[in-house]
Write a protein that binds this ligand. Structure first.
Ligand SMILES: [Zn+2]
Length: 368
């Protein structure tokens, strides 16, 4: 049966187009080359351009237009207001980002940067999840996918990092909690990188349960240890699952069955949010997932949302730097959101992530 899926996108987010290098910071350039060389040993640094580039999202949009999915409703997001951003970010930080409008510069040595139209793009990205949630709360649909950039999950309340300016998903969760009256929000961040910004923002908050699966440190950003579980009232509400390089569909599906599902049933969220990076796709060179795995995970999350929170599920794009992987993965995910079967699943004969997931499931088995 076809299900309505709200898909949010605004071409204004293409205006964010930072340079590959910052000539005024040759030291940063060296640091970036070292980082990229470590994580992507086969990359050609001479032809390097900024990986967080507009064609990441045009590839997704083009695929959805070329192969339309029944049930998709395209919508324009409303840019986040300053008040909405300040639910998560410090007032000084929001003022600082806003002051960068019209400029090109780097904000951090990990290549987080802005171009003249980045601030407007960041407001649209941060407002997309809110727009989706407002529509879902009004009963227009149950599921939404937000095609956004810049991404958000590395943005802290007071600083930009990892290509992220505002934490789009955290702004959505805060709006859910403080404006729309949701009681318990559950997040799964399946981006390949640890969502260190999201973790820091909700680290003390028992009303927001975060499951974060990612490549283990020292992979960027180097955080997300299993021992990082929250602080004060938030202890036990941050579930980090560090994975080895090469992890594939089987590991992530084991994680869904063994941890995400029981944790959700214990926590009883009234809203599910997914930080949906697609950089675990094998075409991104570090992990071994593919679009059939993302589709299967999405089917599981839809079923969980139907069981626990009247179907409410909002997905926001995070990372993913290979245009083909992004297009195939987002299309497969949105197809499942629209009520289609995920189809056959590709499973590696030996998935290096399965052992780490089994250990994580054992670690938390007493809690859920
Ligand atoms: Zn990522």
């Amino acid at each position: 049966m076809t299900t309505t899926v709200l898909v949010y996108y605004d071409m204004g987010m293409l205006g964010h187009n930072p340079h590959g290098w910052d000539p005024s910071h040759p030291d940063w350039t060296d640091a970036v080359k070292a980082m990229i060389g470590l994580q992507y040993p086969n990359s050609n640094l001479e032809t390097y351009s900024h990986p967080e580039r507009p064609d990441r999202v045009t590839a997704i949009v083009d695929r959805l237009l070329l192969e339309p999915i029944e049930g998709v409703r395209w919508l324009l997001p409303t840019a986040a207001s300053t008040t909405q951003l300040k639910q998560v970010h410090d007032a000084d930080y929001v003022a600082y980002i806003e002051s960068l409008e019209g400029q090109s510069c780097w904000l951090a040595e990990d290549t987080t940067a802005v171009s003249p139209e980045s601030v407007a793009a960041a407001r649209l990205a941060a407002g997309s999840g809110i727009s989706a949630l407002e529509a879902i709360t009004a009963g227009e649909a149950q599921r939404a996918f937000c095609i956004v950039r810049p991404p958000g999950h590395h943005a802290h309340h007071h600083r930009a990092s990892g290509f992220c300016l505002y934490n789009n998903l955290a702004v959505t969760a805060a709006h859910a909690r403080h404006v729309l009256g949701y009681q318990r929000v559950m997040i799964w961040d399946w981006d390949m990188h640890h969502g260190n910004g999201t973790q820091s923002i909700f680290y003390h908050d028992p009303a927001v349960l975060v499951v974060d699966s990612h490549c283990a440190a020292p992979f960027y950003p180097g955080t997300g240890l299993q021992a990082e579980t929250g602080d004060r009232a938030g202890i036990g509400y941050q579930l980090n699952v560090p994975l080895p390089l090469g992890s594939g569909n089987g590991a992530l599906l084991d994680l869904f069955e063994g941890l995400v599902k029981p944790a959700a049933r214990a926590f009883l969220p009234d809203l599910l949010l997914i930080s949906s990076g697609f950089d675990c796709h094998y075409l991104d060179m570090t992990c071994s997932m593919d679009e059939t795995g993302f589709a299967a995970l999405t089917q599981g999350m839809c079923a969980l949302a139907d069981e626990l929170c009247e179907g409410r599920l909002v997905m926001l794009l995070e990372g993913g730097y290979n245009a083909e992987a992004l297009a195939a993965s987002a299309h497969a995910v949105i197809k499942v959101l629209a009520g289609n079967s995920p189809g056959p699943l590709n499973i590696l004969p030996e998935d290096p992530g399965c052992v780490a997931v089994a250990e994580a499931v054992r670690h938390w088995s007493g809690r859920f």
